[in-house]
Design a protein around this ligand. Structure first.
Ligand SMILES: NC(=O)c1ccc[n+]([C@@H]2O[C@H](COP(=O)([O-])OP(=O)(O)OC[C@H]3O[C@@H](n4cnc5c(N)ncnc54)[C@H](O)[C@@H]3O)[C@@H](O)[C@H]2O)c1
Length: 486
């Protein structure tokens, strides 16, 4: 019998758990067994109203604190999150199906990094002094936006919540966060941690719900900023809805990123990057390098070596720390991925390995390798969001780069080569927000992360995120008599 993870109530508002059973039921399912591990309720209009009202009220005094005082709370929260890492990882593994070997190092751990980083930055946020003609001067104040709404995807629940909350709170904002209905549990834990760290009630609120709850939040007149992590279709809707109220937005959306491997690349490193960039989190990562372009001279060896190393994957119980591949998040997501695998075969790609559904209660499927993939095939164009690697052959640098960029997405891109000048030339040529040279999919909080083209607007993490959670007020100071024509 699977452990259950029923929280005290569905929502966290004004410093306390709150329930309203009138909302639609949300069943939380453990992807390893298909069993229900918690039952929550989607937010009703009354719950949404309470959450926004408490955020609005809490923000005023929070913004009056010094950055150092705000930062102290965030850094304390980072410490608590690290202390609770194991328990948080167990919940995250049950919520998402991702193996403990990942959640122990990549989820709450990254969330804690964000809280610590922005906690440190909070006290450094200042405006500037600008001398102008005649002894007058201008100074700027970096001010909070107000109430920020965060909306999360299901693949990195506590990481996404923390990556949004940390810069928002550091800048003096309050937040109402809506996790994905698929993975609603750990955002509540973040709310508890912030309270335990000394955050005022109402500063960080969690409301559960389906897309309609997200939509209601985005259009409320009390909301100043919306940060979404999700798919492009949802991004389009949320961006448009936010535009109605001229709200600030950050859009972290989908991708179909390329990894370009040249003949002179270190084969094992390139293969490792392609494995991580396609199979980590069972392929459910937005920035995955799902189109692997390999130059002629290395092509056959590369495909053979990936296939060989795939034999080392340990698929199964995500609670076993030896497991490296867990189930897909849901039966539905597995169905979508199986549909793409079938398309890959029917459109003529060479299925080198995997491709089959694994029977049982959990939502498992085999990690899958396609070679001889052509640019126009569905598996080379669409975001699959599953463990499916497509290898494509290329000959010249110019051709490789052109084909790598021939996508509507622009989230990430990687190049593997030992040629220093080529590495930088290709990185400069990539149409993507986050690029890698001889590395892939590393997302330290110190570095900006985000997409270009349809993959999004704005940046998370790093100092760049501050610009997306604050605004500049200009104060002109007259030091002279004011002249008028009459
Ligand atoms: N760029 C990034 O940082 C990043 C990170 C992780 C995932 N993603 C992307 O997320 C997608 C997978 O996640 P998903 O399936 O949860 O995405 P999704 O777009 O289906 O849902 C994302 C969130 O939006 C909410 N939502 C749905 N409709 C809404 C509406 N009309 N108004 C407001 N909110 C609404 C959902 O309830 C959910 O919380 C993939 O495309 C992936 O690439 C991007």
């Amino acid at each position: 019998m699977t452990q259950t993870f029923q929280p005290k109530a569905s929502h966290f508002i004004n410093g306390a758990y709150v329930e309203d059973t009138a909302g639609d039921v949300i069943e939380v399912i453990y992807p390893h067994t298909g069993e229900v591990i918690a039952t929550l309720h989607s937010a009703t209009p009354a719950i949404i109203d309470r959450a926004l009202a408490s955020a609005k009220a809490a923000q005023v005094d929070w913004a009056k604190l010094s950055g150092t005082e705000r930062g102290r709370v965030l850094r304390k929260a980072a410490e608590i999150m690290r202390d609770r890492n194991h328990d948080l990882s167990v919940i995250e593994t049950h919520d998402t199906g991702k193996p403990m070997s990942e959640t122990l190092v990549a989820d709450a751990a990254s969330g804690a990094d964000a809280l610590e980083y922005f906690g440190g930055l909070a006290g450094t946020l200042t405006g500037e002094h600008i001398p102008v003609a005649g002894g007058d001067f201008v100074y700027t104040r970096r001010e909070a936006l107000g109430v920020c709404v965060g909306i999360g995807a299901w693949n990195y629940p506590i990481q996404i919540a923390s990556w949004k909350a940390a810069p928002a709170l550091a800048c003096g904002n309050a937040m109402v966060f809506k996790p994905s209905e698929m993975t609603p549990l750990t955002a509540l834990q973040l709310a508890e941690i912030l309270m335990d760290a000394g955050a005022p009630a109402g500063l960080f609120n969690v409301v559960q719900g389906y897309g309609n709850v997200g939509a209601a939040l985005v259009t409320d007149s009390r909301v100043d900023k919306v940060s979404l992590t999700g798919s492009v279709p949802t991004g389009r809707k949320v961006y448009a809805a936010a535009a109605e109220g001229i709200r600030h937005v950050t859009m972290e959306l989908g991708g179909k990123s390329p990894i370009v491997v040249f003949d002179d690349a270190d084969l094992e490193n390139a293969v490792s990057a392609a494995i991580n960039g396609n199979f980590y989190s069972t392929g459910q990562i937005c920035s995955n390098g799902t189109r692997v372009f390999v130059q002629d001279g290395l092509y056959d060896d590369f495909v053979a070596r990936v296939a060989e190393r795939m034999d080392g994957a340990v698929i199964g119980d995500p609670m076993d720390e030896a497991t490296t591949i867990g189930p897909m998040v849901s039966a539905r997501q597995r169905e979508i991925v199986m549909g793409y695998i079938e398309k890959g075969v029917s459109e003529g790609a060479r299925l080198v390995k995997g491709g089959k559904l694994i029977e049982g209660d959990g939502f498992y499927l085999e990690p899958t390798l396609f070679a001889d993939v052509e640019d126009e095939m569905s598996i080379a164009r669409k975001e699959i969001f599953g463990p499916v690697m497509s290898v494509l052959r290329f000959t010249t640098e110019e051709e490789g780069l052109k084909r790598a960029n021939a996508t509507e997405f622009g989230l990430a891109a990687g190049v593997f080569t030992k040629d220093l000048t080529r590495a930088h030339r290709v990185a400069a040529g990539f149409e993507a927000g986050t690029c890698y040279i001889n590395a892939y999919n590393l997302t330290p909080v110190e570095a900006p992360f985000g997409g270009s083209k349809l993959s999004g607007v704005g940046r998370e993490n790093s100092k760049a995120a501050i610009d997306h959670y604050s605004q500049i007020k200009t104060v002109y100071v007259g030091m002279n008599d004011t002249e008028a024509p009459f």
